[in-house]
Design a protein around this ligand. Structure first.
Ligand SMILES: Nc1nc2c(c(=O)[nH]1)N[C@H]1C(S)=C(S)[C@@H](COP(=O)(O)OP(=O)(O)OC[C@H]3O[C@@H](n4cnc5c(N)ncnc54)[C@H](O)[C@@H]3O)O[C@H]1N2
Ligand code: MOO
Length: 427
């Protein structure tokens, strides 16, 4: 389904009136629509570009087409170790060590002459073919071919891969390791790319310990160690991860961070619900932020939110993740992933489905995201998938998108690959 800007405007308008007057419940956006809203929010931001050394461009997106700076190969070159020959055989062998890769230009070949040549070496002028060493026989100063020789064989002609000015890759291509290799081969030292979106992470909560065993009602902070690397795998540059308290000082610090940050995206965790110390909504209101998504019809994670500070083209964004750890993962994949993808200028990977092994019960109205293992043929749902648990997702390859009312064994479900399981670029 193609959605228009008008649909987007409607979503945004619905989100703006989503909170009830008493500040309680949320009008939850359908899961797929929330993802589209997040992607559209990122697409709306004016793209930044920078020129970076090849080594630093990995995982970014080309901001300009990659054009051939010259012909490739830039000279006629031997495709094999063997003999360059001129005319029909047998040939008289030119004395000496032969032509090596990277050496000075060789002297032209005379008709009936052969010279030893290495793979990648320049082809002497007037060469008619290269004969692989295993297909030739030396007898004294004469060379004989062991099989018929065709003109031009095993010669890579100049410009075979591209001519100067050819389009090698369009703008918008992801800089993969293969692209780095192509760019280097084509003579690039730097690339014009879109920088990774900069992300600041703020972890809220007074009950969080940074080391040791949980004790006395306090728990370990599971989100700080998880979110930085996860966001990096989603293509972000994580500039900082900080913890803030639930007290009024924490709320002021949150307000200062939200209004003062220079990051493209602020990710908060916790404080999204309507408890006495849940500061995220009041702080966003004080900051004048516009709520684009305020609650999503997904379990776990339904209190997640997306807000914009500033205008559509120059704005910065806030993704509020719920504090329950698997609910935070759900928010990461539902809102942060499409937003970051769009901010970085990357394309969406094709969506796909896998048949599920075993029945998976559904929520009556909402989408469920359930950790699954992927086998060759099936998605196998994992236990320990409650909102406060990471045990299931830590063993998972993907999250299955389970529609309301669930799926029966053998039915197809959409799956969202976890970034490390899909072999993404961002290691
Ligand atoms: N009256 C209602 N209460 C709650 C609702 C609701 O709709 N109405 N929604 C529930 C759901 S669902 C979720 S999810 C949580 C969302 O809560 P918050 O985002 O406000 O998060 P907190 O209350 O701060 O924490 C919830 C839970 O998660 C633990 N937590 C928080 N941060 C971390 C962390 N960094 N590492 C590990 N665990 C963390 C925290 O201790 C709480 O147990 O609200 C429900 N309540
Ligand atoms: O949405 Mo909450 O995430 O169920 O725990």
């Amino acid at each position: 389904m193609t959605r228009t800007d008008a649909d987007g405007a409607l979503d945004e308008a619905l989100a703006l009136v989503s909170r009830t007057p008493d500040g309680g419940g949320h009008r939850a956006a359908p899961w797929q629509r929330a993802r589209e809203t997040a992607a559209r929010a990122g697409t709306g931001v004016r793209a930044r570009t920078h020129r970076v050394a090849l080594a630093d461009a990995h995982g970014e997106v080309l901001a300009a087409p990659l054009d051939a700076l010259g012909d490739l190969p830039s000279f006629d070159t031997s495709a094999m170790d063997g003999w360059a020959v001129a005319g029909p055989g047998p040939w008289s062998i030119r004395p000496g060590e032969g032509v090596l890769a990277g050496a000075e230009p060789p002297a032209p070949l005379a008709d009936g002459e052969a010279v030893r040549i290495a793979t990648g070496a320049r082809i002497p002028v007037d060469t008619s073919a290269v004969i692989r060493s295993e297909h030739a026989r030396e007898s004294g100063t004469q060379l004989y071919a062991a099989r018929p020789v065709s003109t031009g064989q095993d010669i890579r002609p100049r410009g075979q891969e591209c001519r100067s000015g050819d389009l090698l890759l369009p703008a918008g291509s992801l800089v993969t390791p293969a692209v780095l290799g192509l760019a280097a081969a084509a003579g690039y030292d730097e690339l014009l790319t879109r920088p990774r979106p900069r992300v600041e992470v703020l972890v809220l909560g007074d009950e969080l310990l940074t080391e040791g065993l949980p004790h006395d009602g306090l728990i370990r902070d599971a989100l700080s160690p998880m979110l930085g690397p996860w966001l990096t795998r989603l293509g972000a540059e994580v500039v900082s991860t900080r913890r803030l308290g639930d007290d009024p000082d924490g709320a002021e610090a949150l307000l200062a961070a939200v209004t003062g940050s220079t990051a493209d995206l602020i990710v908060t965790t916790g404080g999204t619900a309507s408890g006495p110390v849940d500061h995220v909504h009041p702080v966003l209101e004080r900051a004048g932020a516009e709520l684009l998504v305020d609650g999503v019809a997904v379990r776990p994670g339904h209190p997640m939110l997306l807000a914009r500070l500033g205008d559509r083209t120059d704005g910065r964004h806030v993704v509020g993740l719920p504090g329950n750890p698997l609910a935070a993962v759900s928010g990461l994949l539902t809102l942060a992933e499409p937003l970051l993808r769009a901010l970085a200028g990357r394309r969406q990977r094709p969506r796909y489905t896998v048949s599920v092994e075993g029945d998976v019960h559904g929520h009556p109205y909402d989408t469920r995201l359930v950790p699954v293992l992927l086998t060759d043929e099936h998605a196998v749902p994992l236990h320990y998938n409650g909102p406060a648990m990471l045990r299931g997702v830590a063993a998972a390859d993907a999250l299955a998108v389970v529609p309301p009312h669930g799926v029966r064994s053998g039915q197809d479900v959409e799956v969202l690959d976890l970034p490390w399981a899909s072999g993404g670029c961002f290691t």
